[in-house]
Design a protein. Structure first.
Length: 394
């Protein structure tokens, strides 16, 4: 009986997978089954688009040993941390950087990582997309964030005429009304998380698999289709790939030290919801650009008004159970902590605890890369960072 049950179960699974193969490519089905949950080293599995560094790298001022020790002591005031180095090592951190007023107070690498090690960013990439939207607006490629997405992706109307009610602003604020379920259950190849992450044709996924759930502008729902659609808008509006637009407008002008890459699907379309891979010191420069509201050493790379709109907390929509609206809210692909008008801390957050945390009041940036921490998630990291900023601004 047991062997018969196993045979029947395996046969059923094979039949379901065969049926799914009529709608999904064998490559996609293989990825979902073989690769399963996303992994920190996934960037090694995907194709990627290279992003060249600056010809004139910018270097932060190196802090003193005393400043490093003071930074450690300040973190160790937290009830969670007794010894900062041990805490970071134990909690699967690869890189941890603290920069205040352009001085690198703390820069250490753990668990086999070095300064030259590639680190992936997961959804930190969404915040970089936000920067690129700000630049595209400034250059006139996009008229307004109130533009309808069908102005750039008219094919969506053929899928559902209700797409005519969704604006770029709705996508950026995760209030598009597009359906999304982060839960992965059998047959999991049909779930939204793997489709928007593993599918070899993400342009097709963005257009054919985005489905309307409710009217836009009413409910917050974190949704990877939104990032794919924003990336498709950028590609069409600028008439170049998102990675090359990033390279030309931001990555090289802001003095990056190392080459970066953006993971792509099989057709060269960037994994807009994730996939920007770089060294931590260059991620810190994204934080510096945001901290200085688009200015870089006397040059305005992105209009400062965009940073006020995209990073400072304004949302009061229903969070649909995601996160804690009293602690952090969502703007245009950036998270924020609502506390001080135009001076609130904000951050780019990625899966497994990737952070670019920016504090205007203390002129401080924190970068953390690594695997998921033991026993706590994003909320605990944010609490630690926020407490540190409170100590700095006293």
């Amino acid at each position: 009986m047991k062997r018969k049950f196993i045979f029947s179960t395996v046969s059923l699974i094979l039949l379901i997978l065969l049926a799914q193969s009529c709608f999904y490519s064998p490559r996609y089905i293989y990825r979902v089954i073989a690769w399963q949950d996303s992994d920190y080293d996934d960037y090694k599995k995907f194709k990627s688009a290279p992003i060249s560094p600056s010809e004139a790298p910018y270097h932060f001022t190196k802090g003193t040993l005393t400043q490093e020790q003071q930074t450690q002591q300040s973190f160790e005031k937290s009830e969670t941390i007794k010894d900062l180095d041990s805490f970071l090592e134990t909690n699967n951190t690869y890189s941890f950087l603290v920069i205040r007023k352009d001085t690198l107070l703390y820069e250490k690498y753990f668990n086999g990582a070095t300064r030259e090690s590639f680190q992936t960013s997961f959804s930190v990439s969404k915040s970089v997309l936000s920067l690129l939207i700000g630049k595209a607006l400034e250059e006139g490629h996009i008229t307004s964030i109130d533009d309808l997405i069908t102005q750039y992706i008219p094919e969506l109307e053929e899928e559902d005429e209700r797409f005519r009610t969704i604006t770029l602003k709705h996508l950026l604020s995760m209030q598009s009304g597009i359906a999304y379920s982060g839960k992965v259950s059998f047959p999991f190849v049909t779930a939204d998380d793997p489709k928007t992450y593993y599918h070899p044709n993400l342009r097709k996924v963005a257009i054919k698999h985005s489905k309307i759930d409710t009217i836009p502008g009413v409910k917050f729902k974190y949704n990877n289709y939104n990032a794919l659609l924003i990336g498709l808008v950028l590609e069409r509006a600028t008439k170049q790939s998102v990675s090359s637009y990033l390279q030309d407008r931001i990555w090289k002008p802001m003095g990056t030290e190392f080459e970066a890459s953006w993971s792509t699907d099989e057709n060269g379309f960037e994994k807009m919801e994730s996939g920007l891979n770089a060294r931590p010191i260059d991620f810190a420069k994204i934080g510096r650009l945001a901290l200085q509201q688009g200015a870089w050493n006397g040059q305005q790379l992105i209009n400062s008004e965009w940073f006020s709109l995209s990073t400072q907390p304004k949302m009061n929509a229903d969070f649909d159970g995601y996160g804690n609206p009293k602690l952090w809210v969502y703007n245009y692909f950036w998270w924020g902590i609502p506390e001080r008008e135009n001076h609130s801390d904000f951050m780019a957050i990625g899966n497994m605890g990737q952070f670019i945390y920016v504090s205007p009041r203390s002129q401080t940036i924190i970068v953390r890369n690594g695997e998921e921490a033991n026993g706590f998630g994003d909320g605990t990291w944010i609490k630690i960072f926020h407490e540190f900023m409170e100590n700095q601004s006293k």
